[in-house]
Design a protein around this ligand. Structure first.
Ligand code: FEO
Length: 393
């Protein structure tokens, strides 16, 4: 097998991952405009060698090709599984078959390794918070980080070189760039990624941020996207996102069939803009779900517009409402507007879904057919009320 390029990122650490330029979708939900990467790292101490995570199954040759330029795969002593999801752990069976390496993971990780990858129990060594392994001048310490974003997740920290390997945490779906300075759009992709993967677990994210706050971190080497050699900016973003700090910003999500719902949405948007409120607007028929989830990360309010179709919410608006419910953004206020032809139903359904979130409904308005002047005046009043509440925070 030919040797492929590997990147030396510090004295003993090498990037040996895969750039998946052609992947267009993740979790059957989130578009990937820049593809993604599965970052694996090799740590070569004076006496032992560890591979930190692997890559998605199907890229075995690429992983091995990058490792080959540093060492023979058979010489690996450890494979560290920070996270069991198959985009990182999928090549563990391949590596274990070709080496005598021990798999190092958390106790829950050990269960997943047996379940998903059929790793024999005698090949697994479990580690707890604060335990470490010594590779000869390279000490790898383990930090439990449960629910970021699976129960078994842990971080690995290179003590001597101050490199944090946090798996998905601090990740971004992009194949562009090895380091943060190589990708002009990295912040947007990091925010999209946080919204999709970490936002539902903000409380656990905050705990992890507290846990690492006194660590000296010179490099953050996540499992997707770019490596951070100046990590302060992404650390600051994560402090803000995990704490749920919002802007004076409204995200407007709507579906419309004959522009009646859109007419109310337009009035609300215009009113919010005149009040000096930041607004982002998504017509759900033509929008990227990754962008929507990105903007939910720091929006203070949401406006949901939906017609009634066949006695229910428009399916796209229903999907957006479920995304809000499931992804638990720090949004605090909401307004619902709707138009129906035969009978009203959408507002009731949308209200029920949002009532299971922490969003306070400031108002809702449902009209038969196109909105009259009085309807537009009513939704304008809701927009003004929304602006007042947003500004008060
Ligand atoms: Fe990138 Fe949760 O795996």
């Amino acid at each position: 097998m030919e040797n492929l390029y590997h990147e030396k990122i510090s004295e003993t650490v090498y990037w040996v991952g895969v750039k998946d330029w052609n992947r267009k979708l993740f979790d059957a939900l989130i578009p990937l405009p820049q593809g993604t990467s599965y970052n694996a790292y090799l740590v070569k101490g004076k006496s032992k060698i560890a591979l930190i995570d692997t890559v998605q199954a199907g890229f075995e040759n690429e992983l091995q090709g990058r490792i080959n330029g540093i060492t023979d795969v058979a010489a690996l002593d450890y494979v560290i599984m920070n996270h069991a999801e198959p985009d990182h752990a999928g090549c563990i069976p391949y590596i274990l078959e070709r080496s005598k390496a021990l798999l190092i993971t958390s106790e829950k990780g050990a269960k997943y390794a047996q379940l998903y990858f059929k790793v024999p129990v005698e090949r697994i060594k479990t580690v707890k918070e604060g335990e470490s392994i010594e590779l000869g001048g390279a000490t790898l310490k383990f930090i439990e980080a449960p629910m970021l974003h699976w129960p078994e997740t842990m971080f690995t920290y290179h003590v001597e070189e101050h490199v944090l390997f946090p798996c998905d945490f601090f990740g971004a779906h992009t194949a562009v760039g090895m380091y943060e300075s190589d990708n002009e759009e990295l912040h947007v992709h990091a925010m999209r990624y946080f919204g999709e993967i970490m936002m539902p677990f903000r409380a656990m994210g905050k705990k992890a941020m507290d846990k690492i706050k006194d660590l000296e971190i010179k490099i953050i080497a996540p499992s997707h996207g770019c490596i951070y050699r100046e990590p302060e900016k992404i650390l600051e973003s994560y402090r803000s996102w995990t704490e749920g700090i919002t802007r004076k910003k409204v995200i407007v999500l709507y579906a419309t069939m004959w522009n009646s719902t859109k007419a109310m949405v337009d009035t609300i948007v215009d009113s919010l803009l005149s009040e000096g409120i930041e607004v982002v607007v998504y017509d759900l028929a033509v929008s990227d779900m990754g962008e929507i989830i990105k903007d939910l990360v720091n929006s203070r309010a949401v406006v949901l517009g939906t017609p009634t179709v066949l006695g229910a919410m428009h399916p796209l608006a229903l999907s957006a409402a479920y995304v809000i419910k499931l992804f638990k953004p720090p949004v605090q206020y909401g307004v619902i507007v709707s138009s129906y032809g035969w009978g009203p139903a959408a507002v009731k359904q949308a209200t029920e879904i949002l009532s299971s979130t922490k969003i306070e409904l400031v108002g809702s308005h449902e009209v038969n057919g196109p909105p009259a002047e009085a309807d537009l005046q009513k939704v304008k009043e809701y927009a003004q009320l929304l602006a007042k509440k947003i500004r008060l925070m």
